[in-house]
Design a protein around this ligand. Structure first.
Ligand SMILES: C[S@@+](CC[C@H](N)C(=O)[O-])C[C@H]1O[C@@H](n2cnc3c(N)ncnc32)[C@H](O)[C@@H]1O
Length: 605
């Protein structure tokens, strides 16, 4: 934590540090020494002097009432409570008010606050400092029956109902995961209440919230709930798929808008509570109204769902340091630099030879030789399969920190043609969806070779992980969506289309054929019924692996009256709803499997 604080101090400057919040994450005990039950939030502002902050209040309970030992009984008697009454205040006569005796003196004084005060026939002086109010204030306190003698000085009766709340501090004890009744959908899912509190403290409806590690999308979910705009991102496609499902199938309370004609940016209507203070009584003013920003008023006749959002895969740019570039350009490195080989690629090549490529159902594409290739720009190595009739394979490795792009597919294929390989293998940590589509669509009849996509295991980045791994799955073949489009021949939807997802097609290294792989591992599929060749706008989204308690089923339950339950059942299936041909005459189907691997299939109608 202190290292993170140091980094934050460096980025935001230590003068903009605001607070470290500790929050309870579990109530359980673990370990042999002190158990670790808290997590920490470090809060810095871009500029502390102009930071936005909304005080949040929690109901004052338990220890919050320390020193509230006195009671004003309905008949006008004021006395100390008995032990039993303190333990069970509900046994006090109806109309009793609990209070504490608060000091009326303050360390500073002025001419108007250092006078002698007479009360009940006795005279009181403020001691070294002064009183907290002046002569007139005392008259008002007296009229309000708020004064009480306390030994040799005077005190102020502070009633528990003056303001039965306390401002949230930097110790959050009510955030233990179990307490909030939410099932986790992601191993490292953050507690909703923690994110909610951060958001409510520092933003207003309509503000923009950014969470750079999306995970299951808790921040986006909370932002949707509270009318904030949001942006989030993640390196893991599993995370973004989970987040999409969570957002698309969520339903939220409808909060009343402060000024409906201005939209959510005008804020919500909140519950407010009077805050009676010594000052308000002494000055004979109405108490200030505190806004409870976590208690907006609800319109129970309405339900909200997540608003439209876009999901974009951005190729991640990788900046090389000058030293790296110099190293590459020095000495014997020259020829290597020209062919684009890095030391990583040499390692991947060795690994490919050692482990081969895993295909469907335990089958493997194995090699007797994988060697670097000289003089080529896009292709890194040449290999030979371990078959009775060996196949010639050329291998392209995608970039380390970015998806393999469409341009690389075209260039590598053009380059490969001169060598007449049987197979051109594209190995990458991530495929740009257009690149994946091109690899799938370049069939052997046209391409003159079999183009295949191979997913590289992210463990290949970490030498330690690679050594420790028991399984040899460093490379596995990615299937391509097996999709069927049908035109409906009769009934009310006659002439419309319907799509069925049959699974993934996989290359079978045993016989060199492409075979169907079934639907078991499909987490989600999306259908754009009028694809413009640029962006996917899914108009139908299906969650195949969602259980009964998640996916569209929950939303359907929450929106019972609004939607057609029969249709909702479709959305955990493999067949789309009927749709009409759009003006682009093209559809796109994107399938995401349980490893987060995406593939796109574009079909002309
Ligand atoms: C602790 S989880 C976030 C959990 C999230 N708050 C939730 O409630 O589900 C951290 C996430 O950061 C992602 N991540 C790791 N490195 C990243 C990076 N460099 N950029 C973006 N996301 C990253 C991980 O994939 C993981 O999903």
């Amino acid at each position: 934590m202190h290292h993170v604080r140091e980094i934050m101090d460096e980025v935001f400057e230590s003068a903009n540090f605001i607070s470290i919040i500790s929050f309870r994450k579990t109530t359980g005990q673990s370990g042999t020494l002190l158990s670790d039950t808290n997590d920490y939030l470090i809060w810095h502002a871009k500029n502390k002097s102009s930071v936005k902050f909304r005080h949040l209040f929690l109901p004052r309970v338990g220890f919050g009432w320390v020193n509230y030992d006195y009671v004003a009984l309905p008949g006008g008697i004021h006395r100390k409570m008995t032990k039993e009454e303190k333990a069970n205040p509900e046994f006090l006569p109806k109309g009793s008010r609990i209070y504490r005796r608060s000091p009326l003196t303050s360390a500073s004084s002025s001419e108007t606050t250092s006078m002698v005060v007479e009360f009940d026939g006795n005279k009181y002086l403020p001691g070294k400092g002064g009183w907290k109010t002046n002569q007139r204030g005392f008259a008002n306190l007296l009229a309000a029956n708020r004064l009480e003698a306390y030994g040799t000085t005077l005190s102020y009766r502070r009633y528990s109902d003056d303001f039965p709340f306390f401002p949230v501090s930097n110790a959050w004890t009510d955030t233990a995961s179990g307490g909030y009744g939410v099932d986790k959908i992601y191993v490292v899912q953050t507690n909703l209440r923690v994110i909610e509190r951060c958001l409510l403290m520092t933003t207003d409806p309509g503000d923009l919230v950014f969470d750079l590690t999306c995970g299951s999308g808790t921040t986006a979910y909370v932002a949707e709930q509270w009318g904030r705009r949001w942006i989030t991102c993640d390196t893991s496609r599993v995370a973004t798929t989970l987040a999409k499902q969570r957002l698309m199938t969520a339903s939220f309370d409808y909060y009343k808008l402060a000024r409906p004609s201005e939209g959510v940016g005008s804020g919500f209507e909140y519950k407010t509570v009077p805050h009676v203070t010594l000052k308000s009584i002494a000055n004979n003013e109405p108490p200030t109204q505190e806004t409870l920003y976590d208690q907006p008023l609800k319109d129970v006749r309405k339900v909200r769902v997540t608003g439209p959002f876009t999901a974009e895969a951005v190729p991640s740019l990788h900046a090389k340091s000058l030293t790296d570039i110099e190293k590459e350009n020095q000495g014997s490195g020259q020829s290597v630099a020209r062919s684009g080989e890095t030391s990583r690629q040499a390692m991947w090549r060795d690994e490919l030879l050692k482990t081969g490529v895993r295909a469907k159902g335990g089958r493997k594409l194995e090699f007797v030789r994988v060697e670097p290739m000289g003089g080529t720009r896009w292709i890194q190595c040449e290999a030979e399969t371990r078959d009775d009739i060996p196949q010639k394979v050329l291998v392209v490795f995608g970039p380390e920190h970015a998806p393999l792009e469409q341009r690389m597919v075209e260039n590598a294929w053009q380059e490969a043609r001169a060598f007449k390989p049987d197979i051109l293998l594209f190995c990458a940590f991530q495929f740009d969806e257009e690149a994946a589509k091109d690899i799938d669509e370049l069939k052997p009849e046209v391409a003159g070779m079999q183009l295949l996509k191979v997913q590289m295991n992210a463990d290949l980045f970490t030498d330690d992980l690679k050594k420790k791994r028991a399984s040899n799955d460093s490379f596995w073949l990615i299937g391509q969506p097996d999709v069927e489009v049908r035109q409906i021949r009769e009934g009310e939807d006659k002439g419309k289309y319907q799509v069925e997802v049959m699974g993934f097609d996989y290359y079978n290294p045993k016989n060199g054929n492409v075979e169907s792989g079934g639907i078991k591992n499909i987490t989600m599929w999306q259908l754009d019924t009028n694809y413009d060749e640029r962006s996917l706008f899914p108009s139908q989204v299906f969650f195949l692996m969602a259980g009964e308690k998640d996916g569209w089923a929950t939303l359907a339950k929450n929106l019972k009256a609004e939607i057609d339950l029969e249709k909702v059942e479709y959305f955990s299936g493999t067949v789309s709803l009927p749709f009409a041909k759009g003006d682009n005459s093209k559809i796109a189907v994107k399938i995401v499997d349980d490893r987060g691997i995406e593939s796109l299939r574009v079909i002309s109608l």
